[in-house]
Structures are given as C-alpha cells and as structure tokens.
Design a protein around this ligand. Structure first.
Ligand code: FAD
Ligand code: FES
Length: 259
C-alpha cells in the first residue's frame, strides 16, 4: 500500500550541524512500514525544489514514523524549514526493505547516515530472540549510536578523525568478527565504497548480506529508470535493476559494482 498525501510533522530535532530528525504521524493508509523502506518527501512548503527526496525510515512506531536526515544540498537544507505542526507532502512506503526470517544472531554494519535505517531495524527486533553485533563507522564525531549501544551484545564504533574512538574503516573490525563468529544474516547500509569493499569481503568468504543501496532518484516508483544498478542475471550476465522498486535492499551476491 502506498500513501500519497500530507502528514503532520510532530517533532523536529537537531542532532548536530549536519543532521536532524523528523517524527511524523503514521497514517493507517500507509499499511505495513518495514525497516529499510523509504518515503519520498517533499523538500519544501513552497514547491521548489520540485522533486521529492528519498529518505529511509529510521524508526517505525505505532502511530509515528521517524526520519533521520543529513543536509547534503538544496532539498535536504530546505527541509529544515518545516516547523512542528506543519504538514509535509510525501509518498510511501516505497521499496522492498530488509528481510528478516527469525534470525538468532545478526551483524549490522553502518556508515554515516546509512546507520539511520539500521536503527529502525534493530529496534524492531525482540531482545530475547536475537543477538546483535554492530559495527558503526563515521567520518568525524559519532552520532545516533545510543540505541546500538543499548541493544548490541558487541559493538565497535569507528571514526576516521575522532581519536576518542578506534580510528579506521569498518572493514577491519568486520573482518575479525567474521573470523570468530557465524551470523545468520548481515545487514549493511552506508556509502558506496564501503558497500563495495564489504561485498568483496563477503564474496571471498561465500557469505551473503543484505545491502541497502542508494542512488540518485527521481520518480521513486520504478517509472523513470534514473536509479538503476547492475544485478546478476540471465544470458548476458547482468540486468539493470531499479533501486527504488526492485530494491533498495539487494543481496550482496546479486549486485555488480561498477568501478
Ligand atoms: C533509498 C534511499 C534512502 C535514503 N535515505 C536517506 C536517509 O535516511 N537519510 C538521509 O539523509 N539521506 C537519505 N538518502 C539520500 C538522500 O535522498 C539525498 O541525500 C537527498 O536526496 C539529497 O538531496 P539534496 O537536494 O539535499 O541534494 P542535491 O545533491 O542538491 O540533490 C540534487 C538531486 O539529486 C538527488 N540526490 C542527490 N543525492 C542523492 C542520493 N544520495 N540519493 C538519492 N538521490 C540523491 C536529489 O533527490 C535531487 O533530485 C537516501 C537515498 C535513497 C536513494
Ligand atoms: S527513481 Fe524512477 S525508476 Fe527509480
């Protein structure tokens, strides 16, 4: 079910100078909303920029949905102008979202704002039934990691520049966790180079992971073909899949990363 319309912004929270979150009302017409799915949000009250921006759900409550947003350009900057109590036009939920089949032990790996949809995932899982290990990577000062700290049996927080944390990329601790643990599923979201190097690592070990992919989007519903990526298939070895409709979750062994 896809909702197209306006919803009320219930809460706006500034996380730091680059990131903020919105909590909006969840309408019945939205139906089931899964971690890893996204909505297309209108960027401004005045209708410019025109194209809606894809934003993943970072939490799904009974009557609310949370988005965590990084300011990148004109659209995400303009979103900050919405005030609590005002209405936001949006479309969603869109895409397939993460798959979860009663796994008992999982590894979640997030980089930067890619950590946001993983927060929604871990908070949707029951504490008694699933053991979570988390590896989170940041360029600078870490943020939105509190739920991961509370929920993970093991956690490693990496930063490229903040020496209060382990300096480096997520690939290093992930490689050593994979040596010592066997996971029922691995969930990953983050920048393209991180997804590519982790996929190389998973493929070399014959491990399968769920990757939440990101690409520039326009329509968000599979019509314009702006957002394709290559996935393995058929006689030619590949096909073009639409990230907005066939994804954004793809299994690591089906994606072909172009250099
Ligand atoms: C499925 C999906 C989920 C996402 N979830 C989140 C999230 O939870 N939080 C978050 O902060 N960001 C998320 N993004 C990225 C976010 O959509 C872009 O940062 C945003 O669209 C940039 O718009 P802008 O106008 O600020 O930047 P500009 O660079 O000015 O954007 C110009 C145009 O390019 C498009 N665009 C630019 N960068 C991206 C991008 N990385 N992905 C898609 N379209 C892009 C914009 O939609 C716009 O049409 C997600 C992207 C996708 C595809
Ligand atoms: S954004 Fe139009 S097909 Fe994906």
């Amino acid at each position: 079910m896809k909702f197209v319309g306006k919803v009320k912004l219930l809460k706006k929270q500034i996380i730091n100078e680059e990131n903020f979150s919105f909590i909006i009302e969840r309408k019945n017409e939205m139906g089931l909303v899964l971690p890893g799915q996204f909505f297309n949000l209108s960027a401004t009250k005045v209708g410019y920029p025109m194209l809606k921006r894809p934003i993943s759900v970072s939490e799904v409550g009974e009557n609310t949905i949370e988005f965590t947003i990084k300011i990148i350009g004109a659209g995400t900057k303009a979103m900050l102008d919405y005030n609590e109590g005002e209405s936001i036009e949006l479309v969603g939920p869109l895409g397939n979202g993460f798959e979860y089949y009663g796994y008992r032990k999982i590894l979640v790996i997030g980089g930067g704002i890619g950590i946001a949809p993983l927060k929604g995932l871990i908070n949707s899982l029951k504490k008694e039934t699933v053991e979570i290990h988390s590896v989170l990577g940041y360029r600078d000062v870490p943020y939105i990691y509190e739920d991961f700290k509370a929920r993970s049996e093991k956690i490693e927080i990496m930063s490229e520049n903040d020496d209060r944390y382990r300096i480096g990329y997520v690939t290093e601790p992930v490689a050593s966790l994979l040596e010592k643990n066997s996971y029922d599923m691995i969930y990953v979201c983050g920048p393209h180079p991180m997804l590519r190097s982790l996929t190389d690592l998973f493929n070399s070990k014959g491990i399968r992971a769920q990757l939440l992919m990101e690409e520039k989007m326009a329509c968000g519903i599979g019509a314009c073909l702006v957002c394709t990526c290559k996935t393995k298939s058929g006689d030619f070895g590949f096909k073009h899949s639409r990230m907005c409709k066939d994804g954004p979750m793809f299994y690591s062994d089906e994606v072909i990363f172009d250099e």
